[in-house]
Design a protein around this ligand. Structure first.
Ligand code: NDP
Length: 397
């Protein structure tokens, strides 16, 4: 049993709050804090009961964070604000002596670049303080890395080829919308592609490599190689990998909108002067796009995310596919948000549960594949994201 502080009240924060509230036997007290307190209050009201306290916090202000943490005294801080806030929240956790969990790695605001170096640099400080930092505990990164760890532990002697496949076959009925924070999402999908092969990174033009892949219960969807952050830690933790790639599906309409947004300068992340005032075009764009947290109501269809792995077992080559399909409608019915927020928030809750139960607790900074995957995989089946595995099938890759 322990107290948890959730920072961030967007789509993912909504799901995390719902899911932790479902487990009072593990999370004895819950506080939800964010920049806009009214959003926290609305979530607490939708969940009902009296068990969620709310607060306003500016998560880039370390001293404000420290005083909130010291007054509530949580055992764990779940950071589901934006990647820009990862480092100040980690600094505050060190100062206030509390463990940390997030779902996305740090990105500087002025450069669309995500890598773990900034957060891995906290390793010695968390270790010395006897605190745990769990990095990337959403679906991808998160479950995809745990699937990989589970495959390596139970089904392979050596994993050699890893393809993470992420399909959103849902329909939200809007001409263009992003499924999570538009600024972070557009920064992620418009950068160059990158994958690991034979001991080095291969860089491609954005969306250069693509092919149709078949997703279970969904069928074929055009899938594109993009860079995704979990590849960085997975190739480090599984040095037998000869190749590791990340594929994501995009519809033609989505790609056309994205191209126009880039061509007209609306994806720019550098400040420009407008009417005598400094604005960042991509932040202005976020203000006019649909709020991802509001997409759930009319969202139909499924997400399907998994790992397709090839390697050796008992001297023979084998293939393995492990995945989850999540229904947007079912996610909305349970939490009032769509499937992408749901598939991120449920693993964050489970990671927090692993920490509270002492199963994922060790001093230092860790990516999720560095913990025992077994209790987490069991919990996925129990708490809303059941998985399916297939052995020795055609991986198409
Ligand atoms: P949203 O934009 O919907 O929510 C972000 C929340 O953080 C908002 O409540 C926002 O407040 C709050 N926030 C932003 N800046 C600050 C600040 N400076 N201080 C305090 N609060 C702040 O994002 P999502 O819920 O869609 O995503 C949350 C996180 O989850 C992101 O880091 C995203 O990258 C990650 N993610 C991870 C995935 C995975 O599978 N691993 C998949 C999808 C998302 P306000 O309402 O005032 O703007």
């Amino acid at each position: 049993m322990g107290k948890v502080l959730i920072i961030g009240a967007g789509g993912v924060g909504t799901v995390v709050a719902h899911k932790v509230a479902q487990h009072p036997e593990v999370f004895s007290e819950i506080m939800l804090a964010s920049r806009t307190k009214s959003k926290c209050d609305a979530i607490a009201k939708a969940i009902g009961g009296n068990h969620i306290q709310t607060a306003k916090v500016e998560a880039e202000n370390v001293s404000e964070l420290v005083s909130l943490i010291k007054s509530f005294k949580p055992d764990l801080v779940i950071n589901v604000a934006l990647p820009y806030q990862d480092l100040p929240i980690m600094d505050a956790c060190l100062e206030a002596k509390v463990s940390y969990l997030d779902t996305a790695n740090y990105e500087p605001k002025d450069e669309a670049k995500f890598e773990y170096s900034w957060q891995w640099a906290y390793q010695e400080r968390f270790k010395a303080a006897g605190l745990t930092a769990i990095l990337g505990c959403g679906f991808d990164p998160g479950v995809t890395s745990i699937y990989t760890a589970y495959a390596a532990k139970h089904h392979f002697d050596e994993i050699q080829y890893l393809d993470i496949v992420d399909c959103n076959a849902g329909d939200h009925g809007k001409a263009f919308a992003t499924n999570f924070n538009p600024e972070i999402n557009i920064r992620e999908v418009t950068q160059k592609g990158k994958y690991w092969e034979n001991g080095k990174w291969v860089v491609t033009e954005p969306h250069e490599i693509h092919k149709p892949l078949n997703y279970p219960e969904i069928g074929p969807k055009e899938s594109y190689v993009i860079y995704h952050e979990e590849l960085e830690s997975l190739v480090k933790n599984y040095p037998t990998l000869k190749r590791a790639r990340f594929w994501m599906t995009f519809g033609q309409e989505y790609l056309t909108h994205l191209r126009v947004i880039q061509n007209i300068g609306m994806a720019r992340i550098d400040p420009i002067i407008y009417n005598g005032m400094e604005i960042v075009p991509i932040q202005f764009l976020k203000a006019v796009l649909p709020d991802p947290g509001d997409l759930g109501e009319n969202y139909t269809g499924w997400t399907s995310i998994g790992c397709r792995i090839r390697g050796l077992k008992d001297g023979k080559e084998k293939t393995y596919y492990v995945y989850n399909n999540c229904s947007h409608e079912a996610a909305y019915k349970e939490t009032g948000t769509q499937g992408v927020s749901y598939t991120t928030g449920v693993p964050a809750m489970i990671g927090a549960m692993m920490y509270m139960k002492g199963l994922w607790k060790k001093p230092g900074v860790f990516n999720v594949e560095e913990f025992d995957p077994d209790p987490f995989m069991d919990a996925l089946n129990k708490y809303g994201l059941p998985w399916v595995e297939k052995h020795n099938i055609d991986l198409e890759l």
